[in-house]
Design a protein around this ligand. Structure first.
Ligand SMILES: [Zn+2]
Length: 282
């Protein structure tokens, strides 16, 4: 098994709010993508801190856990661990830091488990098919998002509309009929997508934050199989490089309407067909 990873902040002068952790000895990979704060959060630590703390907690819980559906319960515990790590903050605040999650861990001697919460993506390739798993949130605050994205980056009205979008999203976050992400409520773990995959016939798993999955999801440059082929041929960083090239060619987001010029982007490729050891390339 060979593991390669790449990450890149969307804005050079802002902290990367994507965070990933690889535990090659156990075969655990965790990726968390902190949601951009556009309002108050009630938290003194910030989104990048939250994404890192959640990633570390989930990797530790996933490596220690056992039994059926263990990633879901590891995530539940990790959300609790992360909440407990900042008791002085207002965790009931509607803008409390949150993150989408993609994770991979061994399930048994003969199977692995993948998990997705929110609009992170996990692509699983077996000998018979290649499938992408994600939980889209684009329908939440859609009219505000569409109105914002109709304006070019730099238009002052755009930021107001994005704040309005965020307020709609906060009101529906972790509610029935809304959408679910990791924040302060451990119950969100029950809404994660989880799949057990037999190791026999498993070829690759590719974990992506939405900033990297944008190459297919937003820019339509390829599909799940194409993302995987690119990562296999040139490394996961090649996905991010192509994303950035498209974004640089459309700096005001007119050709490809989107909320950010460039989003933090992370890709982790786990290749079960390779005998080479893991590495972590940024
Ligand atoms: Zn805090």
């Amino acid at each position: 098994m060979r593991i390669q990873a790449a990450t890149d902040p969307g804005t050079p002068d802002r902290p990367n709010e994507d965070h990933y952790l690889i535990d090659p000895a156990v075969g655990v990979v965790v990726l968390a993508d902190g949601a951009t704060a556009r309002t108050d959060t009630g938290c003194a630590h910030g989104t990048a801190w939250y994404a890192r703390a959640l990633t570390e907690a989930l990797a530790a819980r996933a490596a220690a856990a056992g039994g059926p559906e263990r990633l879901r319960f590891a995530l539940l515990d990790a959300i609790e661990d992360t909440a407990a790590a900042h008791p002085g903050c207002d965790l009931a605040h509607p803008g409390t830091p949150s993150a989408t999650v993609a994770a991979l861990a061994p399930y048994s001697e003969s199977a692995v488990e993948v998990l997705v919460l929110g609009d992170a993506t996990v692509i699983v390739a077996t000998e018979t098919d290649t499938r992408a798993h994600t939980q889209s949130v684009d329908h939440i605050g859609q009219s505000e998002r569409d109105a914002a994205c109709a304006l070019p980056i730099g238009d002052p009205a755009r930021e107001d509309l994005l704040v309005a979008m965020k307020q709609v999203m906060h009101a529906r976050r972790n509610t029935d009929g809304g959408y679910w992400v990791a924040a302060a409520d451990p119950g969100a773990a029950y809404r994660a997508y989880s799949r057990i995959v037999p190791v026999l016939g498993l070829r690759q798993v590719l974990l992506l934050s939405d900033g990297a999955a944008a190459l297919s999801e937003v820019y339509g440059a390829t599909d799940a199989a194409g993302l995987l082929a690119l990562a296999l041929a040139e490394g996961p960083g090649a996905i991010i490089k192509q994303v950035r090239a498209i974004e640089e060619g459309d700096p005001d987001a007119r050709q490809y309407p989107r909320t950010k010029g460039s989003d933090d982007a992370t890709a982790v490729l786990v290749d079960y067909t390779s005998e080479e050891p893991g590495d972590a390339t940024v």
